[in-house]
Design a protein around this ligand. Structure first.
Ligand code: DGY
Length: 426
């Protein structure tokens, strides 16, 4: 039985999705992010499906229509001209039929497509749409392991912080010391016109984002070269967990649809990734840590990237330890799950990925915890997420101490996650 207040919240969330809907793709928010973003779209599709299943499939299909010939799915598709965002296509210069960026983002598509399929009311439509997407998602997964795990270690590296989605996490600070800034072309940021500069990454970070972009561009966006050529190569447990979960989900879906080759390949990717993930565990922090592949050392930084692995089938004792870590953090934050541990002096409650709470991250963590039987902590996270919406609206992210809405407003994936928290079965 859905109450009136719940129905009203869902209606407000649907309004946000409709406002940002451009027909066959959805922008994250007006002004700040006026194009299609990869993982935003895949998670948004789950929200769309609650009122228009066909439109939800289209969201993911549009993204995959811009997959590169090598299998990569870019992190931004620049469907239209819009100079409210920097860096635009004239900076990336990837030479694609429709302009795209030249890096990727967390591989959440496999998970999203399986969830759309499992929940579909129209099973024939779902089978047809899923069958067409399967080989494309499989090609993206293959691309990851071939290009971002060239020494066959079982885990992939990101080569740019924007790939992680957690752009300015404290996790990248040490590695960023190695990224030079000489030769960065003069630029004018646009993000700070749309959001408070105190909530966004710093200029020092932007210089390095752009140095990496220019470096990869000078190498012709040739993915066979980029991993080894990048001074920034980080194995992020959260990023890998999303890929592992998607590989496992794609394997299940492929099996249901009788595509045994795709099922076997993805099952073995997931298994290999799960065993390799053990290397990233920290007893000290009760969570996983990033590995700096350039130095071979674990990064001393307890971020939500090391909590996200509960989204994949990690061992039960690891999930229990992470659940306890979340409850410890909950003792200090009014809203959970903050993107960084509050005990770390580098924690910053307002600055993008250095402390704030994100509903998409909460959704994936709660999903994994609920599936593993940690229903109470999962409920605590969904309640915290819904409290944020009630107190502060559909923001991009939130201060975990005060609940203040931060970054962009009327944010698509936040709205999609609210619908999921209120309506989705896990
Ligand atoms: C940005 O421009 O802030 C985006 O997060 C990059 O994907």
């Amino acid at each position: 039985m859905i109450s009136l207040a719940v129905n009203e919240t869902i209606a407000r969330a649907v309004e946000v999705l409709r406002e940002n809907d451009h027909g066959d793709y959805t922008i994250p928010t007006k002004g700040l992010y006026p194009f299609q973003w990869n993982w935003d779209s895949c998670l948004t599709a789950l929200g769309l499906a609650h009122y228009d299943e066909a439109r939800a499939w289209t969201e993911i299909e549009t993204l995959f229509a811009h997959q590169w010939p090598d299998g990569m799915v870019p992190h931004i598709v620049f469907h239209v001209l819009n100079d409210s965002y920097f860096p635009g296509p004239e900076v990336w210069r990837t030479n694609r039929p429709t302009a795209t960026s030249g890096i990727t983002q967390p591989a959440v598509a496999g998970f999203a497509v399986r969830r759309l399929f499992d929940r579909a009311k129209d099973k024939n439509l779902a089978a047809e749409r899923a069958r067409a997407l399967l080989p494309k998602i499989d090609a993206w997964h293959r691309w990851f392991y071939e290009n971002r795990d060239p020494r066959d270690e079982g885990l992939v590296a990101i080569i740019h912080p924007w790939e992680s989605g957690r752009d300015n996490s404290i996790d990248w600070d040490d590695a960023f010391e190695r990224v030079p800034t000489e030769g960065v072309e003069p630029y004018t940021r646009r993000d700070t016109l749309h959001a408070d500069p105190a909530h966004r990454p710093t200029k020092a970070q932007y210089d390095r984002y752009l140095w990496l972009l220019q470096h990869f561009r000078a190498l012709g966006w040739d993915n066979a070269k980029l991993h080894d050529a990048s001074p920034f190569r980080i194995v992020d447990p959260g990023f890998n967990a999303i890929l592992i979960r998607s590989a496992a989900d794609l394997a299940d879906l492929a099996k249901t649809l009788g595509e045994m080759g795709i099922a076997d390949a993805n099952r073995s990717r997931a298994q290999k990734g799960l065993s390799a993930m053990e290397r990233l565990w920290s007893d000290t922090y009760g969570q996983y840590l990033c590995l700096d592949r350039a130095t071979g050392t674990l990064v001393d930084s307890a971020s939500v990237g090391g909590i996200l692995p509960v989204f994949s089938a990690i061992p039960k004792p690891r999930i229990a330890a992470i659940a306890a870590t979340i409850e410890r953090i909950a003792g200090k934050a009014r809203y959970i799950v903050p993107s960084h541990d509050l005990d770390d002096p580098r924690f910053d409650a307002k600055r993008y990925w250095r402390g704030p709470v994100w509903l998409v991250v909460n959704y994936m963590i709660a999903d994994g915890l609920a599936a593993a039987g940690f229903a109470d902590v999962a409920r605590h996270i969904s309640q915290s997420s819904l409290d944020l919406i009630a107190d502060s609206g559909f923001a991009e992210y939130y201060d975990p101490l005060s609940g203040e809405p931060l970054g962009g407003g009327r944010f698509t994936w936040t709205a999609a996650m609210v619908i999921e928290f209120l309506k989705g079965e896990r």
